[in-house]
Design a protein around this ligand. Sequence first.
Ligand SMILES: Nc1ncnc2c1ncn2[C@@H]1O[C@H](COP(=O)(O)OP(=O)(O)O)[C@@H](O)[C@H]1O
Ligand SMILES: [Mg+2]
Length: 262
Amino acid sequence: MPTPCVELRHVSLHYHSDGKPVHALEDVSLTVEQGEFVSIAGPSGCGKTTILKLVSGLMPATRGQVLIDGQVVSGPQKRVGMAFQNPSLLPWRSALGNVLLPLEVVQPHRAQFNTQRKAYEEEARRLLHIVGLDGFADKPPYQLSGGMQQRVALCRALIHQPEILLLDEPFAALDAFTREELWGVLQELWTARRCTVIMVTHDLREAVFLSNHVYVMSKRPGTIVHQQIIDLPRPRTLADTFEPRFVEYVRQIYDKIGEVRQ
Ligand SMILES: Nc1ncnc2c1ncn2[C@@H]1O[C@H](COP(=O)(O)OP(=O)(O)O)[C@@H](O)[C@H]1O
Ligand SMILES: [Mg+2]
């Protein structure tokens, strides 16, 4: 068996707010293989974002272990790229300038940013091309729609070639049409980069469309109550979402979430 890319072993997490402990996660174990696309679905407040914070090394687990490539995570990880519901682009920078930002911050890119700038820009333009933003590289965020801004945020999360991409409800703020369009964009990015993706989402169709593997969590303290392998051919299209096998996967996961909300 190859070493999993990401592994949580019996992870529990307690926050402390105003002196009171908040028991966010209880005995969460999950394994993500190299190059997989995994989604985590579950009710609001069940600890999904907390899992992403643990994988990125922003905080330690209270109990249990988080491992990347078999090594225990003990601090912030450069191997990780992140994108959130809010694209939070710098308003005074162009789309291209926003995509390049991590390279100006993260070593070893930071040290060579000025000498390598041309190559970095080419790479940023390549990513903008994959997400359909040719011709928008020089536009400031206010001239881009919400969906376009989120495309820029995805490029920014991938520019330093992270091994792992963490996505926290990346399309939740978008209208349904734009969201579904971006499923295809994300699938294409993942196919081009073959990084490992962990995505948190409320949207079960989104989870089934994009993932190899969907984990369902219980309400707080969150734990994994169901795992579903999605064995559908790729690339997947929006037409596939109306096929019986697709609908059946969504229904199975929906039923599981219904059970844990009882
Ligand atoms: N920094 C924090 N301090 C105290 N409690 C927190 C903190 N962050 C999250 N929580 C609580 O932990 C639980 C899980 O949070 P979170 O991982 O953000 O849930 P989800 O992303 O599934 O909605 C929630 O009840 C939330 O209120
Ligand atoms: Mg969250």
